[in-house]
Design a protein around this ligand. Structure first.
Ligand SMILES: NC(=O)c1ccc[n+]([C@@H]2O[C@H](COP(=O)([O-])OP(=O)(O)OC[C@H]3O[C@@H](n4cnc5c(N)ncnc54)[C@H](OP(=O)(O)O)[C@@H]3O)[C@@H](O)[C@H]2O)c1
Length: 255
């Protein structure tokens, strides 16, 4: 049975909800009557679709600003949630960066530079573990809860037979290790929480768009499909799944 069915009035937080998979999660949760409040974070004021959605759902959807490279913003947003609802039951961290203008994944060692590598780790790995740090009080309750972070199969060391994308791959590997560590500490501090990382499959978003040419159509998921598949995985999680890395089909991935 889904952990959500055991909760009277569940509160959710989607981090990185301005577009892509994060925005898809917000839409899915707004359609789910088991969810009371949906908190959704964005970084730039041009998150127009999310902000319009909030205008149409003024009591259920609350938007907050978080750039995960700014710990003060993380603290302030989570303080606001604490002052309003005190507990969270589902948190999905959908933040990630692969490319942005001149910032492109490295094909070879000669493309590496310190600034770009640092950015990959700040956004894709460190942001997630800082969230985990500040989420503790919101997960310290007696009801079941899930903290899921969207990782990527390319972050699997065992599965890497292709190379390239140094910064993106290693930052997702680091995210997986951070979340494994969090699962071990949360087992003591927030014992009802389940911490997982999830591979969404190649999904038609801004992030994958420049790299879709060689993806067969049946392997390129719509945002709606990805969110349904990941939500199904999340709903089936059990306590002993905490600390694991799952693919969109529910199978465990090698580290
Ligand atoms: N799409 C795929 O095929 C695929 C495959 C494997 C894994 N993933 C992972 O899935 C997750 C979601 O990606 P997506 O495909 O939905 O990509 P996307 O459409 O580009 O969305 C990425 C999200 O991350 C946010 N973000 C980026 N930097 C941030 C920062 N410093 N602080 C806060 N938010 C920040 C973006 O906000 P802005 O709108 O402000 O930029 C946006 O909301 C990522 O972790 C990605 O690595 C995606």
């Amino acid at each position: 049975m889904s952990f959500l069915n055991q909760i009277n009035s569940a509160n959710a937080l989607i981090v990185g909800a301005s577009q892509g998979i994060g925005l898809g999660f917000v839409k899915k949760l707004l359609d789910d009557s088991r969810i009371n409040k949906v908190y959704a974070t964005y970084r730039n004021p041009d998150a127009t679709e999310l902000l319009t959605l909030a205008k149409n759902h003024p009591t259920r959807l609350i938007c907050l600003v978080i750039d995960v490279t700014n710990e003060t913003q993380i603290t302030e947003a989570l303080e606001q949630i604490k002052s309003e609802v005190k507990t969270l039951h589902l948190v999905v961290n959908c933040v990630g960066v692969l490319h942005d203008g001149d910032f492109q994944p490295e094909k070879s060692l000669k493309h590496l530079n310190l600034e770009n590598l640092t950015r990959y780790f700040q956004v894709n790995s460190i942001g997630g573990v800082l969230l985990a740090k500040h989420l503790v009080p919101l997960f310290k309750h007696q009801e079941a809860s899930v903290f899921a972070s969207i990782s990527a199969k390319v972050g699997s060391i065992g599965d890497n037979n292709l190379g390239g994308w140094y910064g993106y791959r290693a930052s997702k590997t680091a995210l997986n290790m951070f979340m494994r560590n969090v699962s071990l500490e949360y087992a003591r501090s927030c014992p009802k929480n389940i911490v997982v990382t999830l591979h969404p499959g190649t999904t038609d978003t801004r992030l994958s768009r420049p790299f879709q040419a060689n993806v067969p159509p049946e392997k390129l998921f719509s945002i709606e499909r990805t969110v349904s598949q990941l939500f199904e995985v999340i709903e089936k999680l059990e306590k002993n799944d905490s600390g694991q890395f799952f693919s969109w089909d529910g199978n465990k991935l090698p580290w």
